[in-house]
Design a protein around this ligand. Structure first.
Ligand SMILES: Nc1ncnc2c1ncn2[C@@H]1O[C@H](COP(=O)(O)OP(=O)(O)OP(=O)(O)O)[C@@H](O)[C@H]1O
Ligand SMILES: [Mg+2]
Length: 268
C-alpha cells in the first residue's frame, strides 16, 4: 500500500494509465466530432488530479472514457493494469447533478450500487452509515432527497460513489450547481475525506482556484480537440485552508499561471 503525500492515510488509490487516447464522436451529418486527441497520462496511486479547460474541450469525454461508459476511438485506458471496457466497481463517479432516486431514502440511494452487484447488505449498511458520518450527515439516513438541500444531496451522491471503496473517484464538476458558501465547505470537506481515504481522484472543474486548492496536479486542457496544455504540480502542504490559500502568494502564483494560458487562448 502507498501513502499519500501527507502520510495521513494508507492509500487504496488505483493506478491509472491513459495511453494515446483519442475520441471522435460519430455524428449523423458530416464528419465526426474530434473531442480528444492522443491523450497520454499517468495518474499515480492516491494522487488528486484536477482538470480545467474551456467548455467543450473534452473533459467530460475523458472522464466518461475512464469510467468505462463508452470506449475510446483509439488508445487504451488501464486502471490497476486492467483495460477499462465497462463501468467497474473500482471506479466511482460523481456528476454535476446528484442523480439521486427520489423514491429511495438516503441510505437506500447510497446502497444502490451494492444492490446492483448483489453484495452483502448488512456490511454495506455499516459502511454507508460510516460514510454519512464522514460527510456530516449523521442521522439523515431515513430522509428522502426532497428533504435535503442541494449540498446535502451532493454529499449523498459522493457517499454513493464511495460505497464500493473505489480506488478511483471521478468527479465531473460536482460542486458547479452549489452556492459559493456551500461550495467552499464541500471543497474543504472533500480534501479532508480524501486525506482519510487515499483514493486516486480525477476532479473536473471550471474553478481555477478550486482546482489548485484541491489538487496535487492540475491538467490544463486546450480547446477542442482536447490536449493537455499544461501539467502543473501544486506543491503546497496539506491540509489546506481555503481562506489562507487565497492570501498565499504561492497559491495565487499557480492560479495566475493557469489564467494566463486561458487568456492567451482567448478563453478568458
Ligand atoms: N454524445 C456526443 N455526440 C456527439 N458529440 C459529443 C457528444 N458528447 C460530447 N460531444 C462533443 O464533444 C466535445 C467535448 O464534449 P465534452 O462534454 O467532453 O466537453 P467538456 O469539456 O466536458 O465541456 P463542459 O465544460 O461544457 O462540460 C464537444 O464539442 C461536444 O459537443
Ligand atoms: Mg463537461
Amino acid at each position: 500500500m502507498n501513502q499519500n503525500q501527507t502520510g495521513l492515510s494508507d492509500s487504496i488509490g488505483a493506478n491509472v494509465r491513459i495511453d494515446a487516447v483519442t475520441k471522435t464522436y460519430e455524428t449523423r451529418e458530416g464528419p465526426g466530432v474530434h473531442a480528444l486527441d492522443r491523450i497520454d497520462l499517468d495518474l499515480a496511486s492516491g494522487s488528486f488530479v484536477a482538470c480545467v479547460g474551456p467548455s467543450g474541450c473534452g473533459k467530460s469525454t475523458l472522464l466518461s472514457l475512464m469510467a468505462g461508459l463508452f470506449p475510446p476511438s483509439e488508445g487504451e485506458i488501464r486502471v490497476d493494469g486492467s483495460v477499462v471496457r465497462k463501468a467497474h466497481p473500482k471506479v466511482g463517479v460523481v456528476f454535476q447533478t446528484d442523480l439521486l432516486l427520489y423514491w429511495r431514502t438516503v441510505l437506500d440511494n447510497i446502497m444502490l450500487p451494492l444492490e446492483i452487484k448483489r453484495q452483502d447488505r448488512e456490511q454495506g449498511r455499516k459502511r454507508a452509515l460510516d460514510l454519512l458520518v464522514q460527510v456530516g450527515l449523521e442521522g439523515f439516513e431515513s430522509k428522502y432527497p426532497s428533504e435535503l438541500s442541494g449540498g446535502m444531496r451532493q454529499r449523498v451522491a459522493i457517499c454513493r460513489a464511495l460505497i464500493q471503496e473505489p480506488g478511483l473517484l471521478l468527479m465531473d464538476e460536482p460542486f458547479g450547481a452549489l452556492d459559493a458558501l456551500t461550495r467552499e465547505k464541500m471543497i474543504t470537506d472533500l480534501e479532508k475525506m480524501w486525506l482519510r481515504l487515499g483514493n486516486t481522484v480525477l476532479f473536473i472543474t471550471h474553478g481555477i482556484d478550486e482546482a489548485v486548492f484541491l489538487a496535487d496536479r492540475v491538467l490544463v486542457m486546450s480547446p477542442r480537440p482536447g490536449r493537455v496544455d499544461l501539467d502543473l504540480t501544486v506543491d503546497m502542504p496539506r491540509p489546506r485552508n481555503w481562506g489562507a490559500a487565497h492570501e498565499d502568494p504561492v497559491f495565487n502564483g499557480y492560479v495566475r499561471q493557469i489564467r494566463r494560458i486561458f487568456e492567451a487562448e482567448g478563453v478568458l
